[in-house]
Design a protein around this ligand. Structure first.
Ligand SMILES: *[C@@H]1O[C@H](CO)[C@@H](O)[C@H](O)[C@H]1NC(C)=O
Length: 281
């Protein structure tokens, strides 16, 4: 599939990219009042992934990651609405099971839905744009997203499926698990709260409770081993690798938070790792 026709960036678009990257650099350098510090994620240059024969056994941040600067320009609020405002989108509920759906247009979602998001609305009753896209123009945009180059068959281009997300401040998805992949924030900042795989869900788990409420009500009561393994704010230029079955909840911190997750096919991952994610990757 073709990437959308691209024209040279205007000065304004270039400034949007520069501002987004500066915000990311700032977010990673300083602890913000919105996150626990330190977040404890290992940080590696993006080129390190080229040597990954097997996927890493723990979450890792690759930075700086600059492969999607064109995608970043196309997904700034104004160009996105200008080109794709009338695209049909299907929103899903932001609870752990994402089982409710609502169809609308991208413009109605961005202009009406996102600003009105209430942080204490039940997660199963608040809607969120994230997932496979059914509109051809929006799908073409998502196809132009560059996933990271890494070693091993598990990381082949066609072993990944990209999901496009756009949401406003205070929104997020409650704790859930799924297969491995990469998460990138193109605009804005996103907080990731991570627990390792385990039979027990994270403390205070409520599949319909919004992440904001968990952060306000549950997190301050936790001590020691109950605390998250990682609690990190990631922004533009930082790419998160998440291993399979890690519990995570997310919280978007900015009004136009745009993100893409590339999910690895479990088949490719297991073929390459022998199904055994031991250390020593
Ligand atoms: C959302 O979840 C709450 C609590 O689990 C429940 O009472 C309510 O009926 C749910 N709403 C929908 C639309 O399913």
């Amino acid at each position: 599939m073709h990437a959308p026709a691209s024209k040279p960036p205007t000065l304004k678009e270039a400034l949007v990219v520069a501002a987004a990257l500066a915000a990311g650099a700032w977010a990673s350098r300083d602890a913000t009042p919105d996150t626990a510090d330190p977040c404890g994620l290992e940080r590696l240059p993006a080129s390190a992934a080229l040597r990954w024969r097997r996927p890493p056994p723990r979450p890792v941040v690759l930075a700086p990651f600059a492969a999607n600067d064109g995608f970043r320009r196309r997904t700034a609020r104004a160009p996105l609405l200008e080109r794709l405002g009338e695209s049909r989108v299907v929103l899903t509920s932001s609870n752990s099971y994402s089982e409710h759906e609502l169809a609308t247009t991208l413009r109605a979602y961005v202009e009406d839905h996102v600003p009105r998001h209430a942080s204490d609305a039940a997660a199963n009753e608040s809607y969120y744009l994230f997932g496979p896209q059914f509109d051809a123009a929006l799908e073409a945009l998502v196809e132009s997203y560059a996933h990271p180059a890494c070693g091993g068959a598990w990381c082949a281009r066609d072993a990944f499926a990209a999901s496009f997300g756009l949401a406003g401040a205070r929104s997020g998805v409650s704790f859930h698990t799924h297969g491995s992949g990469f998460g990138e924030v193109l605009h804005g900042r996103k907080r990731w709260i991570l627990y390792p795989p385990g039979d027990a869900a994270p403390p205070g788990f409520d599949p319909d409770g919004p992440t904001r409420r968990w952060v306000d009500d549950v997190l301050p009561t936790l001590r020691g081993a109950d605390l998250p393994a990682h609690d990190c704010v990631l922004g533009p230029g930082e790419l998160l690798y998440f291993p399979p079955l890690w519990w995570h909840a997310t919280l978007n911190l900015d009004d136009h938070t745009v993100f893409v997750s590339s999910f690895a096919s479990d088949h490719a991952r297991e073929a390459d790792s022998g199904g055994d994610l031991r250390p020593g990757w």
